[in-house]
Design a protein around this ligand. Structure first.
Ligand SMILES: Cc1cc2nc3c(=O)[nH]c(=O)nc-3n(C[C@H](O)[C@H](O)[C@H](O)COP(=O)(O)O)c2cc1C
Length: 142
């Protein structure tokens, strides 16, 4: 699919795994935000990150704050966290929306913390997230 980007921030590599799986499914390359401070011009940017102490990854928020909105038409937020109730990134969504980036959806995946859900994200989680991302991308352009 054309003009799709996938970026991630990660502390324990879950978001990298998810981002790489989504990128592979969509035929693009996932980029770490620490090495790519601005995306290429893109119609839909998947932004992948976890939740820490109930909050978004601060590096991801800083990335969103600096994001040039003329480069990104739409965004989809992908979240991995232990708690189901935390599986959205309100702050990130608000930052993007304020910039005029249309957030077309949020999808989520189980992560792990200490001994909670230590085996996540597993293959089933990754399959589910790539499927959801593909659907979201198809709907974003329809
Ligand atoms: C220090 C730390 C704090 C965390 N705090 C939360 C939390 O408050 N709520 C939650 O649901 N998950 C929490 N988690 C789980 C992570 O959100 C989850 O494992 C996520 O997949 C991590 O993504 P990453 O590996 O890309 O950094 C925490 C993980 C760590 C390491």
């Amino acid at each position: 699919m054309d003009n799709i980007g996938v970026v991630y921030a990660t502390k324990t590599q879950h978001s990298r795994k998810l981002a790489e799986a989504i990128a592979q499914e969509l035929g693009v390359t996932a980029k770490n935000i620490t090495e790519n401070t601005q995306p290429e011009e893109t119609r839909l940017l998947f932004i992948v990150g976890g939740i820490y102490g109930g909050k978004c990854n601060p590096d991801l928020l800083a990335y969103a704050e600096k994001l040039d909105p003329s480069l990104v038409k739409k965004a989809a937020i992908v979240t991995s966290s232990v708690s189901v109730s935390n599986r959205s990134q309100k702050e990130l969504r608000e930052l993007l929306t304020k910039k005029g980036v249309d957030v077309v959806g949020e999808i989520s995946c189980a992560g792990s913390f200490l001994f909670v859900k230590l085996t996540h994200p597993n293959k089933a989680d990754i399959d589910a997230i790539t499927h959801a991302a593909k659907e979201l991308a198809a709907n974003a352009f329809s």
